[in-house]
Design a protein around this ligand. Structure first.
Ligand code: ATP
Ligand code: MG
Length: 529
């Protein structure tokens, strides 16, 4: 049995290999083209952001922020970290004075390094950090008095409690910024919008992005820890329902272009800060009455986020949820008018939708319009796109209160899965090609033929043909065998005879037909195949 490969991609993370990668490129290219026609431009965002950006926008209570982010402390002082780790491994004994002395020395050095770090800014100058470092210093003075050489008057349990206090205080100092791999990109777009003062730009700012997102979820079909999104956002002072409808229209155009099967648009309005709080309270009150019949997750959500109960897929909860009060009957007049107009505007664009009163988005910042698109071939992870309006987000992140926003994120992995299930293969190769292999396998024999072949390969590639040029000389049979295995459309053969006659031999590999052509004839022959 073959030995197990030594390195494997980590759980929930995968490689996207050819030929599948060609389909990814095609999807991304289609998005660029379609979004471009709606006046959207690409924004390229960093993959690392401050934890705080997502804690503030998505909400501390959500699964994404509370347990799914890949976060770490980004410090510029590895020495400091090494020092405090060393410190946390020491257990000095009063019986061995040199241990106590050595420990005291460690504490002193570490505290001095931290004091310097605070001055230079190598350590974040937060109030918490300042207090912790002061605490280390003053405890060190106390300690030095008690455990002053040459006599150690202290007893072991006093020493132990000092040691513990030093270790814990040192570990609590934040040596760097709290960073995370991004779990989504809307917050980053809004951060960039504010950071670069884009509110002064004319009209609505229309941006799209594509790239990987990271969430530590349970991996399964259509759910990964590194997954990809293609998303778009409209930011500006208008919240006109026509914007909502146009954003949805743009999505549907993309899915049409890609021939996505069974795309169904679900639509809802979840109210705004005027009407949602009252509805949430009403919902909470009703949920309290049926608490005992709900599962543990939904019981917890009664306190943390009652709206998320509507999202539950648990079989036995369904009849209970169906009887809960509905947001549609609890919208304020403004939200109701906005929602009605979104639906009318979708109608103007000939876009069909299904209203789903239970459609609430997973992230806290959404309001009013929410939507989701599902497709076939995906099992239970059938949502290929989620989106909605988030009018308060820009203000929440420190931008102007007048800026409204709406956007969506397509789960690219799921979109691709659905296209593959429907038999949408990879894009064909060069201009002549319908096969997965190269258009031309250029077999050469002899040093002079190699020179000619290099030149010919260059001219063919300039014309857009996919050319495979063997790097070393091979025997005729072996070379042509490789052409077959590579699924080349044509083998073009250059040997001494061909060179002398100023021609090439072209063999169509599907049926073995062979002919001798000049270079000009070769180009026109390949062009018309
Ligand atoms: P779901 O309910 O499927 O978990 P979500 O509400 O968490 O989705 P959003 O955060 O709104 O999803 O992201 C938008 C889209 O991104 C989803 O509709 C889905 O297609 C995709 N997506 C989200 N999480 C993952 C994941 N872990 N793996 C693959 N795709 C994902
Ligand atoms: Mg999710």
């Amino acid at each position: 049995m073959a030995e197990k490969a030594k390195f494997q991609a980590i759980k929930g993370v995968r490689d996207i290999l050819p030929p599948e990668s060609a389909l990814w490129n095609r999807v991304e290219q289609a998005a660029r083209e379609v979004f471009g026609t709606f006046g959207f431009a690409e924004i390229r965002l960093p993959i690392l952001e401050h934890v705080e950006l997502f804690a503030r926008s998505i909400g501390e209570e959500t699964d994404v922020v509370s347990k799914e982010m890949y976060r770490f402390e980004d410090y510029e002082s590895p020495d400091l970290d090494a020092q405090r780790k060393t410190l946390s491994l020491r257990h000095p004994s009063v019986e061995r004075p040199f241990e106590v002395r050595f420990f005291a020395h460690n504490v002193d050095v570490l505290t001095t390094m931290m004091e310097d770090g605070l001055k230079t800014g190598q350590i974040p100058k937060t109030p918490e950090n300042r207090i912790l470092v002061l605490e280390l210093r003053s405890t060190f003075y106390d300690f030095s008095k008690t455990f002053a050489p040459p006599d150690y008057k202290g007893v072991q349990n006093r020493l132990d409690s000092y040691v513990k206090h030093f270790q814990e205080t040192a570990l609590a100092v934040m040596l760097g910024d709290q960073l995370t791999l991004r779990p989504e990109a809307t917050a980053s777009v809004v951060r960039a919008y504010i950071e670069h003062g884009m509110q002064v730009l004319p009209g609505n700012v229309k941006l799209y992005y594509m790239g990987p997102m990271f969430r530590r979820e349970r991996p399964q079909k259509g759910r990964y820890r590194q997954f990809y999104q293609i998303g778009a956002e409209v930011l500006g002072s208008s919240d006109a329902p026509g914007i909502d409808a146009e954003v949805i229209e743009m999505l549907m155009r993309l899915f049409e272009r890609l021939k996505l099967k069974g795309a169904v648009l679900s639509l809802n309005s979840i109210g705004d800060k005027n009407c949602r709080p009252a509805y949430v309270e009403k919902l909470r009150a009703e949920l309290q009455k049926v608490r005992e019949q709900l599962g543990a997750d939904c019981q917890r959500r009664i306190e943390t986020n009652p709206l998320r109960v509507l999202d539950s897929k648990l079989e036995h909860e369904q009849p209970i949820i169906e009887k809960l009060p509905r947001i549609a009957e609890n919208l304020c007049a403004d939200c109701r008018a906005h929602y009605d107009e979104v639906k009318r505007q979708l109608g103007l664009r000939g876009i069909a939708y299904k209203e789903n009163w239970r459609l609430v988005r997973g992230l806290d910042y959404y309001m009013r319009t929410t939507f989701e698109i599902t497709a076939t071939g995906l099992g239970s992870q059938n949502a290929v796109c989620g989106g909605g309006r988030y009018d308060g987000l820009v203000e929440l992140l420190g931008g102007p209160a007048t800026t409204k926003g709406i956007g969506f994120a397509i789960g690219t992995d799921r979109l691709i899965l659905s296209l593959q299930e429907a038999g949408e293969g990879a894009a064909p190769g060069g201009p002549a090609g319908k096969a997965d292999g190269p258009d031309v396998y250029l077999a050469w024999f002899g040093a002079a033929a190699q020179v000619a072949a290099i030149g010919l390969a260059r001219r063919l590639r300039d014309a857009g043909f996919v050319v495979e040029l063997p790097a070393v000389e091979m025997k005729f049979g072996k070379s042509l065998g490789l052409a077959d295995r590579l699924k080349a459309l044509h083998a073009v053969i250059v040997g001494d005879d061909e060179l002398a006659a100023g021609i090439v031999t072209v063999k169509r590999l599907s049926d073995g037909t062979q002919q001798k052509l000049s270079e000009q004839e070769l180009f026109s022959y390949l062009g018309v195949v």
